[in-house]
Design a protein around this ligand. Structure first.
Ligand code: FAD
Length: 400
């Protein structure tokens, strides 16, 4: 039996549910299908279980895309403030953790429950554990979905199946496959917001330091992020590293300024005057995590040779400046990343050139829409990716 809906949405994640709410509120008959046994699974695990659902500073400049202007319209039409207003209407308690990042006080479940309540209010039908076997054009128009729950037809079809990150949770390249089927261009996808891995020789020098958190500014390709970084048993992680991974390409070096607030050469020269007998190793262990500082004298962690410890009085200012320069510009050469296994998002996706920035409808196939992570718009770490899901979902929901 074939059942007809006005709008078919594939993917009951953040963007798909949000599009469904607004299409449903407009009186459209909406069906959302998902192969998972639960809606919003990524929302549930996000933000350490508390869902960093948006960011107060969700400015278009904090999104990466081949077309950096594409996201402006959707983010403006449905902003972080619109989403916060919805969260407030549902009485969900939240707090700002840092840098404008808003988290649920209780649990990410609050956000999923809110989306499902809104969908129910808007009369949206939801089919879980529903496998989509084929997507086709209908006769005379529209779309046909052949699924494990039967065949559905719709005037519009919204692709909301997200990206490739965390395949263990059911992430697939489905949206990209359908895009290819309809001849839409794709920006090469790759994992982002992902830890770096080191080559075995570099790893040998840092592996036993795993767990040490450093404060620094991490830079690559002209972009820098100042936040914590973490040495891991595979390489480097932590917020600043995840952020820079979105700008990194194979073979690029990454530099870390381990003293972003103070010019270290000045500090060391001042210490040479006030504590001339103090050893370089002793003072660096006061300025950096001790175990990390000690390792700088044992192995070439900063590249070249290990540092040599002497009383500051025995070191020329030029020597101190060299040490400072190495700490301001620790250069690491990642071998790669941990890949989609741990990446928070997929960079790239359906090329925005194929889409209307106002409605997310594809230009070549009227009635076909793409939203959320499947589209080549990727946010920084910190609630930006959910905001893109809400904003792009709203744009499609108001048009489909
Ligand atoms: P998704 O939320 O991934 O939804 C896609 C849906 O499509 C899923 O329900 C999936 O089951 C379904 N689907 C996939 N393939 C098929 C198929 N073939 N057939 C049928 N259904 C299919 N972003 C933030 O802004 N803040 C955070 O705190 C945050 N934390 C994160 C933590 C982790 C561990 C991860 C992995 C990501 C995190 N993100 C966070 C990113 C955020 O989760 C995504 O950007 C966002 O969920 C994208 O929304 P979406 O609706 O496009 O895709």
């Amino acid at each position: 039996m074939t059942t007809h809906f006005d709008v078919l949405i594939i993917g009951a994640g953040a963007a798909g549910l949000y599009a469904a709410i607004f299409a449903g509120r407009r009186g459209r008959r909406v069906l959302v299908v998902d192969h998972a046994d639960k809606a919003g699974k990524k929302i549930l695990i996000s933000g350490g279980g508390r869902c960093n659902f948006t960011n107060l500073h969700a400015d278009p400049k904090r999104f990466i895309s081949k077309n950096p202007h594409f996201a402006i319209s959707a983010l403006k039409r449905h902003s972080q403030h619109d989403f916060i207003a919805l969260v407030d209407r549902h009485g969900i308690p939240w707090h700002e953790k840092k840098l404008g990042q808003l988290f649920c006080d209780r649990s990410a479940q609050d956000i999923v429950a809110m989306l499902l309540d809104e969908c129910a209010d808007a009369g949206v039908a939801l089919r879980l554990e529903c496998k989509v076997q084929a997507v086709g054009r209908g006769e005379p128009g529209g779309f046909t979905l052949s699924t494990s729950h039967g065949t559905f037809t719709g005037d519009s079809l919204v692709l909301a199946t997200g990206g490739l990150s965390i395949p263990k949770m059911g992430a697939t390249g489905f949206a990209l496959d359908v895009a290819r089927q309809f001849g839409l261009p794709i920006v090469e996808p790759r994992p982002a917001l992902v830890p770096f891995t080191f080559r075995p020789d570099d790893l040998a020098r840092t592996k036993d330091l795993s767990g040490i958190a450093l404060d620094g500014t991490v830079r690559c390709d002209g972009v820098g992020f100042r936040e914590a970084l973490l040495i891991t048993h595979r390489g480097l992680s932590g917020p600043s590293v995840l952020q820079i991974s979105s700008y990194w390409r194979e073979g690029m070096p990454v530099t870390v300024d381990l003293s972003p607030d103070q010019p270290l050469a000045d500090t060391l020269k001042a210490l040479k005057r006030s504590r001339p007998r103090a050893e370089l190793k002793t003072v660096l262990a006061e300025l950096l995590p001790r175990r990390f500082a000690e390792r700088l004298f044992e192995a070439p962690v900063l590249g070249e040779a290990p540092l040599v410890s002497r009383p500051l009085a025995d070191m020329r200012d030029a020597d101190l400046a060299t040490v400072a320069a190495r700490l301001h510009g620790w250069t690491v050469q990642p071998e790669g990343t941990e890949g989609y296994r741990t990446a928070e998002v997929m960079l790239g996706g359906i090329d925005t050139a194929a889409l209307s920035s106002k409605t997310m409808e594809t230009k070549a196939v009227p009635g076909l829409y793409a939203v959320g992570e499947a589209v080549d718009v990727t946010g920084w770490l910190g609630g930006y990716n959910f905001q893109w899901a809400w904003s792009s979902g709203y744009a499609a929901g108001m048009a489909a």
